[in-house]
Design a protein around this ligand. Sequence first.
Ligand SMILES: Nc1nc2c(ncn2[C@@H]2O[C@H](COP(=O)(O)OP(=O)(O)OP(=O)(O)O)[C@@H](O)[C@H]2O)c(=O)[nH]1
Ligand SMILES: [Mg+2]
Length: 662
Amino acid sequence: MNRTLNLGILAHVDAGKTSLTERLLHTAGVIDRIGSVDAGSTRTDSLALERQRGITIKSAVVSFVVGDVTVNLIDTPGHPDFIAEVERVLGVLDGAVLVVSAVEGVQAQTRVLMRTVARLGIPTLLFVNKIDRRGARHDDVLRAIADKLTPAILPMGAVTGLGSRAAAVTPFTGTDAPFTTGLVELLAERNDGLLAAYVDDEHVVAFPRLRAELAAQTGRAQVNPVYFGSAITGAGIDPLVAGITELLPVTESDVDGPASGTVFKVDRGRAGEKVAYVRMFAGTIRVRDRLTFRGVEDKVTAVSVFDNGEAVGRAAVSAGEIGLLWGLGEVRIGDAIGRPRGGAPAWFAPPTLETVVAPVRPADKGALHVALAQLAEQDPLINLRQDEVRQEISVSLYGEVQKEVIGATLADEYGVDVTFRETTTICVERVVGTGAAVELIGKEPNPFLAQVGLRVEPGPVGSGTRFRLGVELGSMPYAFFRAVEETVPEVLAQGLHGWQVVDCVVTMTHSGYYARQSHSHGTFDKSMSSTAGDFRNLTPLVLVDALRRARTRVEEPMHRFRLEIPADTLGAVLPALARLRAVPRAPRPRGAVYLLTGDVPAAGVHGLQRRLPALTRGEGVLESEFDHYQPVTGAVPSRARTDHNPLDRREYLLRVVRRVST
Ligand SMILES: Nc1nc2c(ncn2[C@@H]2O[C@H](COP(=O)(O)OP(=O)(O)OP(=O)(O)O)[C@@H](O)[C@H]2O)c(=O)[nH]1
Ligand SMILES: [Mg+2]
């Protein structure tokens, strides 16, 4: 049996995740000297770019041992542009520490993260960091946590010397009456037995029982204990470590039985070889085991497991552990090993921006393509798109910082200098009505030996795209149905205006094929027998027809924003908002500041951020996050290209002409 805790450190940017990671490694005896983010010497900010900029860009794994528990700690980036890095690790966590800065307090990103861990039921401790810094607050932060994150919280210690280097934390114990009373009140909300015992006689409930119930409710992600401390001075770290090992659930999983795991990170080793990070949920993977991804079987050539800080070579990686696997050429982020654990994760909004990347030196075109393909392997949401017609490559983005990081990485690591064309918004297409189309087999202009009818209908917002059979499954070989089902999402990736079609149901209404036919000599005649290829080729034609009849509407991504500005700058800010097509609700005065909330097109967020300091004497604070899609007004942006549809309409007609004339 393994006793492993896979722990994520999550927070808004600069809250102190990497500093806390460093401090925890030191406390556990893994490192002798504490590295510093500002000096670029931490264990987890190991990329050159991370050290230069003092921010985390990629999630990184380290490990330490406390008692008999191995903690695999994943330090994540806090900047919203790198939210995809957080998303990829959420599925492999047993627990999390959500860090809040005692100075900056609860931020928009903190809310996004808390909402997500709550939705996923990830047991989470809160850590209020930076109590040593001037301006650190205690009561305000607790109130903000209760108001904006979750009411089911309880501070686990008392802070003295707040806002100074001498700031210290004394953990509460069973003899602190206000603490135990608070604990009983918090826990009794979800435990009637406890409540009854408490009402009977409040002294009957022994502290160990309360502590055990706290661990149980924390483990079920029902309550969130709050710790205070400082990653820099080390105050409050011991109580936090005790909380991590005693209150978060340590996995004890089955190392025998079939292997099951999730690949959450793909990296390149020193020699440029692919390295896959896998969290094992059951079973064991050994060196020389064969694993199949995308139909290609590869042999695991080496395995490393985290052992007290270092990734060290091992013969195998087992349930509960995080391992590094070498030798898997086809592996991608998000791949499941063995039986998958549920569907593909998508908890955060997709990137809403994209930009064309072009090499400064035209001769670098090939090198740029290879480099971007490797980056896309490590970050699938970059979502490389090649425009065959314009001979351009574009990437999806969360924001300007990510764009800068991609540019710097291409220059530093691949020696390719690039320029970015202006960033544009990624829209979606929503089906408006119902549309149907059919191509009958053997009937002009159908050039293929296949019969396909499809109906498209809109689905509820957020329901995704679904495929249904409206014909008998037995009416055709299964491979032909599969060819249609697999082609439908490829077509929907690029709707009538070139954008992803979202939230619709596609029903197959007609099917038909020509069975294997032979000439009198008894040989198979391909020109008279349907193949899966006929169905793959015909499906786009029928589906595009059906989409035309159903019609689609282009919608753009909208952010919800929250803006705090000095009251006297309202007159300057409102027209600026209007120019960015932002729709604010009525401003609410709050002392000397105004609070403005509302919706703004994603396209305008960066501009607003850039203009805000000048408009508000540097005092304005903007928070925004993706909220929904909204129909575009005015000119409809189009991204229509021909690279996705194997056959466009013109080619279709050409084929028809060719067929008729032969
Ligand atoms: N005074 C004080 N400063 C801290 C503390 N923790 C972190 N810092 C400072 O805050 C800044 C950000 O710290 P990081 O550890 O990089 O924060 P992070 O959350 O990892 O940041 P990202 O990964 O970029 O989101 C650095 O300048 C740290 O030195 C603390 O407890 N006290
Ligand atoms: Mg960091």
